[in-house]
Design a protein around this ligand. Structure first.
Ligand code: HEM
Length: 129
């Protein structure tokens, strides 16, 4: 079996470049470990089903990286409404996400694209000042 290596075919997405599902699952594990260890953020997740949350976050990150995965969670505005999340909270979450990607040696250009895509959700998530 010869591997397909031609550019422009499957195998050149950011999802594939970082190592696919297992790598993204590992990034998401570290991301939530650090979010839950952050005293400014942990309280928001006190009543959350972390298994479901992580599964949906893996799907979302995989999807924005061009992977063959579809996000099956709630609309982000619905998932975050009524939680009083501030712009400062949002910034801290993004810092933890970038930290988890960097810890997995994800290249800066890919991190930039992930932050751009997920950063664009701020208006759906931040409801307090
Ligand atoms: C880049 C920014 C963010 C993204 C991409 C994001 C993404 C997500 C996703 C995909 C879910 C799962 C929804 C579901 O299971 O249906 C979720 C849930 C949740 N998010 Fe975020 N989120 C972000 C920022 C934040 C911030 C800043 C906070 C608060 C500090 C927060 C608090 C929560 C909580 C508490 C839940 C759990 C909801 C539940 O228990 O069902 N998120 N988020």
């Amino acid at each position: 079996m010869v591997e397909q290596t031609q550019a422009g075919t499957t195998g050149d997405s950011d999802y594939d470049a970082v190592g696919g599902g297992p790598a993204i699952a590992s990034v998401v594990e570290l991301f939530y470990r650090n979010v839950l260890a952050d005293p400014e953020l942990s309280g928001y997740f006190a009543n959350s089903d972390l298994t479901k949350l992580k599964r949906h976050q893996v799907q979302l990150v995989s999807q924005v990286m061009g992977g063959p995965v579809t996000y099956e969670g709630q609309a982000l505005a619905d998932a975050h409404k009524g939680r009083g999340i501030t712009g400062g909270d949002f910034g801290r979450v993004v810092v933890h996400l970038v930290g988890a990607l960097e810890a997995h040696q994800v290249p800066d250009d890919i991190i930039g694209r992930v932050v751009k895509a997920l950063g664009a959700t701020q208006g759906d998530i931040v409801t307090a000042s």
